[in-house]
Design a protein around this ligand. Structure first.
Ligand SMILES: Cc1cc2nc3c(=O)[nH]c(=O)nc-3n(C[C@H](O)[C@H](O)[C@H](O)COP(=O)(O)OP(=O)(O)OC[C@H]3O[C@@H](n4cnc5c(N)ncnc54)[C@H](O)[C@@H]3O)c2cc1C
Length: 291
């Protein structure tokens, strides 16, 4: 199928892009931002999305960068995932985000798909929102009334829905450093390499005198948004970092999921089982790194 007809704008500045979005919102015209097009173009082609106008960020300057901000990292929204995957700074300072990036789609997708696009698209099966929740990322939104920072815990609202207003553009993502001694892991299960995950887990933990501290576990691909699993996290706090306790926490992770999605590729029960297995593996891997 071909997309429904739409008007196309390619502004050169962020201010101009925001002004266009604000104008269309006022006029009641449905406009969408176009970034790398790796999700939006298929949605247009399938007519799942039928915006009247596209505002392409491809020519907007100043949205493509990776830079250090003290111990944190700032990534411009239009930075491609390939740039993030190949960045020595990202690899050294943000190993969990780096590993997640390498799990996204195929190289061709990563060559075009933007970092900001994945967060703004908020696909429940995407790796990035899980990393955002585990690591407390922050999102800089720019809109007609200025800018605001949105913490990850508030950013993802529901299925492919974020806190961004229609005339707001995600301009930048701030990744705080993992606290010293933090172990991390991300694992997922997909039908084929490069497919979106049927289920996945991102986790971090620290060990002090053999006991788990600051445990964070987040599941993706199972609910409308990525979800932290507090019952499993609590079950490990202050407990020995060993196989027995990891298995117990993994079982709780599976059980505590609220109404996992069910589709032709994976039933709700199958997703529970995946979460259980992947949580156990991630905790073992994170604990090894923490050591
Ligand atoms: C075969 C295939 C496999 C894939 N596998 C994975 C995978 O394993 N994991 C994964 O996470 N993703 C996967 N994807 C999706 C891919 O990562 C997309 O690149 C990403 O979801 C969107 O980024 P984009 O820059 O292409 O955004 P676009 O497709 O251009 O936009 C997506 C949505 O986000 C909005 N948007 C984009 N940028 C902004 C912004 N700066 N501010 C406000 N709104 C914005 C758009 O309006 C649109 O609604 C896959 C895609 C394909 C086709």
């Amino acid at each position: 199928m071909k997309p429904a007809p739409f008007d196309y704008h390619a502004p050169r500045t962020l201010e101009a892009a925001i002004a266009l979005l604000a104008r269309f919102e006022l006029e009641g015209v449905e406009a969408r931002v176009l970034a790398g097009g790796q999700s939006l173009m298929p949605m247009l082609a399938m007519r799942v999305a039928r915006p009247q106008v596209l505002v392409d960020l491809g020519k907007v300057e100043g949205l493509d960068y990776i830079r250090a901000d003290g111990d944190a990292l700032l990534i411009g929204a239009m930075t491609t995932k390939t740039a993030a995957a190949e960045s020595a700074l990202v690899a050294a300072q943000q190993p969990l985000f780096h590993a997640a990036t390498r799990l996204v789609g195929h190289r061709q997708i990563r060559n075009r798909g933007s970092v900001g696009g994945s967060f703004a698209h908020a696909d429940p099966a995407s790796e990035y929102p899980a990393v955002a929740l585990v690591q407390d990322l922050q999102f800089r939104a720019r809109g007609p009334s200025g800018e605001r920072w949105i913490p990850a815990a508030q950013f993802f609202v529901s299925y492919m829905t974020t806190r961004l207003d229609p005339a707001e553009i995600l301009a930048e993502v701030r990744l705080p450093p993992l606290p010293p001694g933090t172990g991390w892991a991300i694992q997922e299960f997909a039908r084929r390499s490069g497919d979106l995950a049927l289920a996945g887990i991102a986790a971090t933990l620290r060990r002090e005198r053999g006991q788990c501290t600051d445990v964070r576990i987040c599941a993706f691909g199972v609910n409308a948004t990525a979800v932290r699993l507090p019952a499993a996290e609590q079950a490990l706090l202050g407990r020995p970092a060993d196989g027995e306790h990891f298995s117990r926490a993994a079982a709780i992770a599976g059980e505590s999921l609220e109404e996992p999605m069910s589709c032709i590729h994976a039933s709700a029960d199958y997703r529970r089982q995946l979460v259980r297995v992947l949580t156990g593996r991630c905790l073992e891997e994170a604990a090894t790194r923490a050591a």
